[in-house]
Design a protein around this ligand. Structure first.
Ligand code: ATP
Ligand code: MG
Length: 391
């Protein structure tokens, strides 16, 4: 939606020192946007409203006071990004606050509040320093693929209001191993010079090098450079590392991060919330969302997003879309995205599928709702089930 970024920035500043009148106007705007079908924008304002008054406010005085946030030069679109000397590939990508996600990723409440406390700590960095409580300035986010780690890291940066220098270590370390240490050094020198949050994504790339016995010396050198670079970064700004394979990380690197947050696979409740968000503007009944959730238990947030795209495609292309058939097709053609046990049940027979749904205690399906999903009447479904029991 045109100009929404500016509207959102205005609302964020207004809510930095929230009062009832400001909140009322932002709520009005949220409601109008929602009514007109701009659900994404409406929920982003909802996020701002929720975080206002929770200590997440970005009161300018606090931000300006902070040494870590305030030190360094300003990054602009004209800033020259260092490149790998051999391949001329940029060592990082810059994301300005306007390019960062404004919506908080969806997690269980305990993770959500842990994340809020990190942001709060970073916004109050100097106040903590004043009382000699050494605040955290680095954070390692780890967990399974597709659980929203990169999204989370960028969202944290958006809340602090600083641009992100995003380095994919995989890229820094490609082909010319001999230059890896130099690339890492150059990247940190660059990040330390500017006011930014350094985001080291796919951090496990370093660990992968260890599998190559010919590269033992080089790996040592790279790890040492990284350790020194992380130490040099401590007083210069915030650093977020992201990895899928935390166990492969060198313990010395692991220790360099003040905070470590594990992002788990989404719980049932989180899958429901993710699906409701991702399927928009399509709308599904509560039973349909519960049905999709059952099928996705054990999958990641990225899988839920992929299934939602699949559904949207089917609902546009097919004249009489059937959610059970679409789900089965998804399970068949996306075997890596659906739990193997669930996939077997889905694809074996409708009887097994229906029985498994009805046996689920958490989602507590009603027989009549399941019958509707499978295109049966409630009585034919119960006959079907009792016949099956007799066999
Ligand atoms: N909990 C979540 N809340 C909101 N969106 C999510 C969540 N989990 C995954 N997603 C969505 O799934 C996609 C992949 O997320 P992201 O890239 O952040 O995952 P990741 O954990 O970094 O994955 P990888 O380990 O493969 O790099 C994004 O579009 C993201 O918005
Ligand atoms: Mg990622």
């Amino acid at each position: 939606m045109q100009y929404f970024n500016i509207i959102q920035a205005l609302c964020r500043s207004a809510l930095a020192t929230p009062n009832e009148a400001t909140k009322h106007q932002v709520k009005r705007l949220r409601d109008i946007l929602e009514k007109d079908g701009h659900t994404k924008e409406a929920s982003s304002l909802e996020g701002l409203l929720l975080s206002s008054g929770k200590g997440l406010d970005m009161a300018p005085s606090k931000i300006q006071k902070s040494f870590v946030i305030h030190s360094g030069e300003q990054l602009t679109t004209k800033t020259v990004i260092p490149v790998d000397k051999e391949t001329s590939t940029p060592l990082a990508e810059i994301f300005f606050p306007i390019d960062l996600p404004s919506e908080m990723p969806i997690f269980d409440e305990n993770i959500q509040s842990a994340i809020e406390s990190i942001i709060n700590e970073w916004l109050k960095f100097d106040q903590l320093l004043e009382i000699n409580a050494i605040p955290a300035s680095s954070c390692l986010i780890y967990g399974l693929p597709g659980t929203g780690k990169t999204h989370l890291a960028k969202w944290i940066a958006s809340q602090i209001g600083l641009p992100v220098v995003l380095a994919r270590l995989e890229g820094l370390m490609s082909s010319y191993l001999g230059t890896t240490s130099r690339n890492i050094g150059n990247l940190f020198t660059f990040a330390n010079r500017y006011k930014c949050i350094l985001l080291l994504d796919e951090f496990d790339a370093i660990a992968k090098l260890r599998n190559d016995p010919q590269e033992v010396g080089e790996v040592k050198r790279v790890v040492n450079t990284l350790l020194q670079s992380l130490d040099s970064r401590h007083e210069k700004g915030f650093t977020i590392g992201v990895t899928n394979h935390e166990s492969l990380l060198d313990p010395a690197i692991w220790r360099r991060f003040d905070i470590q947050v594990e992002i788990p696979k989404p719980s049932t409740d989180v899958i429901i919330r993710l699906l409701n968000k991702f399927v928009l503007p399509l709308k599904f009944s509560e039973t349909e969302i519960k049905f999709l959730t059952w099928c996705l238990e054990g999958s990641s947030g990225a899988d839920a997003e992929m299934l939602s795209k699949w559904l949207k495609r089917a609902y546009v292309l097919e004249t009489d879309p059937n959610i059970v058939a679409i789900m089965k097709q998804f399970a068949l053609l996306n075997s890596g995205r659906v739990d193997a046990v669930k996939r077997n049940i889905m694809l074996r027979s409708d009887e097994d599928f229906i029985s498994a749904l009805l046996a689920n205690k958490t989602l507590s399906f009603k027989q009549k709702d399941v019958a509707l999903l499978f295109g049966m009447t409630a009585s034919s479904l119960s006959k079907h089930l009792s016949k099956n029991k007799d066999i």
